[in-house]
Design a protein around this ligand. Structure first.
Ligand SMILES: Nc1ncnc2c1ncn2[C@@H]1O[C@H](COP(=O)(O)OP(=O)(O)O)[C@@H](O)[C@H]1O
Ligand SMILES: [Mg+2]
Length: 246
């Protein structure tokens, strides 16, 4: 199987400190991957590199069937290539309803010209309902987003990302601040999303990672320490030393 994203030999230093050290990572087109590792391991920096926010000092980042390099591209261009990223703080428009937020996300795909002459059509409303169903907010379409719970706002944000049909979705610590029930629902949304796209999830909650039921990459000091099933990596003695045994 050819890979969707391939990161090879990437390094980046901040003021002489090597935050990412000869990192290699690859993910296929419809794959779920969890990334775990201690604080400061480079997990967020890895996402910054893939999205173009941080430019590496060395290495390659290639994308898609034609293995184009993402390194020369702006963040906006990389997003248009199909890389979506969910930040911890949701950026939903609180005064708008769930429906309006999802519609806006759907239309932000289109050119400004198309948006200007746009009329709400049945196909878009159908798509919004489909997305709302995927994130469990079908009953909340008419509610103001500001009234949603923390977990529901996070799901709406995921729905808004999915509306843009990313081929790769990067999610950094989605379970933070969620109740156990909200965490479970979040796993279900991500597992469903990974059936048709690549999803990379950084998460500390091991129960959450277990439910993702996927290959796990352990980062430590900016490099891959171990990779494989959760059972495989959690019995690795180095992983226990640097991460689990703390
Ligand atoms: N913009 C930056 N400037 C300086 N140091 C940074 C910057 N971004 C990250 N770092 C450092 O790089 C290391 C990795 O950080 P990060 O990727 O946030 O780790 P993680 O997400 O795994 O906790 C940390 O030591 C952090 O302090
Ligand atoms: Mg982080």
């Amino acid at each position: 199987m050819s890979m969707l994203l391939e990161v090879s030999g990437v390094s980046v230093s901040f003021d002489g400190f090597k935050a990412i050290n000869n990192l290699s990572f690859a993910i296929g087109p419809a794959e779920m991957r969890a990334i775990i590792g201690p604080n400061g391991a480079g997990k967020t920096t890895f996402m910054d590199i893939v999205t173009g926010k941080t430019k590496p000092d060395e290495g390659r980042v290639t994308w898609g069937e034609r293995n184009v390099s993402l390194l020369g591209m702006s963040e906006a261009r990389i997003a248009r290539e199909g890389v979506g990223r969910k930040f911890q703080k949701p950026t939903v428009f609180e005064d708008q309803t769930v429906l309006e937020n999802l519609l806006m996300a759907l239309r932000s795909n289109r050119s400004p010209f198309a948006v200007m002459f746009y009329r709400s059509n049945r196909a878009d409303l159908d798509r919004v309902e489909e997305l709302a169903g995927e994130i469990g907010l079908l009953d909340s379409l008419g509610r103001k987003s500001g009234e949603l719970s923390h977990g529901q706002k996070q799901w709406l944000e995921i729905g808004m990302l999915l509306a843009q049909e990313p081929r790769l979705l990067l999610v950094d610590e989605p379970a933070a601040g969620m109740t156990p029930a909200e965490r479970e629902h979040t796993t279900a949304i991500l597992v469903e999303a990974a059936k048709t796209r690549a999803v990379v999830v950084v998460e500390h909650d091991m129960e959450f990672v277990r439910r993702l039921d996927c290959r796990v990459t352990v980062l430590h000091e900016g490099a891959v320490l171990a990779e494989g099933s959760l059972d495989h990596v959690t019995t690795n003695s180095q992983v226990i030393d640097v991460y689990l045994g703390r």
